[in-house]
Design a protein around this ligand. Sequence first.
Ligand code: CTP
Length: 404
Amino acid sequence: MSVLQGKKVLLGITAGIAAYKTASLVRLFIKSGAEVKVVMTPASKDFITPLTLSTLSKNPVHSTFYDQEDENELWNNHVELGLWADIMLIAPATANTLSKMTKGTCDNLLLATYLSAKCPVYFAPAMDLDMYKHPSTKKSLDSLQSFGNIMIPATSGELASGLVGEGRMAEPEDIVSFIESDIISKLPLKGKKLLLTAGPTYEAIDPVRFIGNHSSGKMGFEIAKAAATLGAEVFLVSGPSHQYVKHSLINRINVTSAQEMYDACHKHFKEVDIAVLSAAVADYRPKNVADQKIKKKDASLVIELEPTKDILKSLGAIKEEQLLIGFALETNDEVCNAKKKITSKNLDAIVLNSLRDKGAGFAGDTNKITIIGSDLKETTYPLKSKKEVAKDIINEIIKRLSNK
Ligand code: CTP
């Protein structure tokens, strides 16, 4: 999955011959899962039609402050466009537009939108080699980067003039890869490894029966996705769960019993920076597992249970630099019980869910949590989707990592 998945990309097109390549650029962004809107300078329409770009982007394309052919003459709000974008890319960026951008000139919709944008702005210069070499252009490129804009350097090759040299706009595939790599390199969990447990465990009674619980694994899987989206490599140790996840940074390790989960966690714990144990691990398992299916009898059946190993506690006992976060699912004296677990399991924080809160717990798509730190400070969040709750947990982890 591309890091551009779900991102809002605003493409600004200026009047260079390389504008014809922006059709491919829009296609590539759409293919990577981004949403695309296009603004053009009026002169760029001589190089590629707005119809091509609106068809490919599935959004209206604007080049003026209002559309003259539109009888309602609705204002094309540059501020709204600028704020809409997660990323703005100006490609091709001509010498003229680059110079205007350095000065804050805003005599067209694209420039006004650029000045309104709060998101990262990338620009891909494109011009003839002598224009590219000119000291005034070099000055524009330097100033724009000093403002925090990100340059996607022009490449060398044959130019529209027939001359050969530096000034060709980077190829659309390279522009997209450049932006993807830049985003990845700045992700807050880039280079971090996270161990995560999720779902229930099943403890065998005989070859066909087990003791389990209703955990769906949803919360843990959402945490895995949120962490991977922000650059972490995730070891997701999952008990039996129907949840599905596909991400190049998520390594799913399927286990069934508490003992298997324990073994998988201990295998990876030493190499990780963070461990979040959200699984609903069985506290007890049958002391003896029958080899054959237990036959029905008239008398009642007693199964002797023995405690499983407490995985979280065992990691708390050996933790060094790792940030260790547990979960607590409580039905009464919630905060008090959760705080006891912080101490007894040597945790950096605990995520508390109370089954008394409507919409919290195992099966649903929502959850309501309180995060309690080792300083026993509590932060309570409102009821949210599990996806949003996962983001809150990951943001809390990022904060704690930076304070470590
Ligand atoms: N946990 C674990 N191994 C176990 C039991 C629990 O790693 N054998 C972890 C859970 O994943 C969770 C935390 O411990 O992060 C708390 O689990 P919870 O069931 O709320 O508490 P317990 O310690 O089992 O205590 P109790 O059931 O008595 O509340």
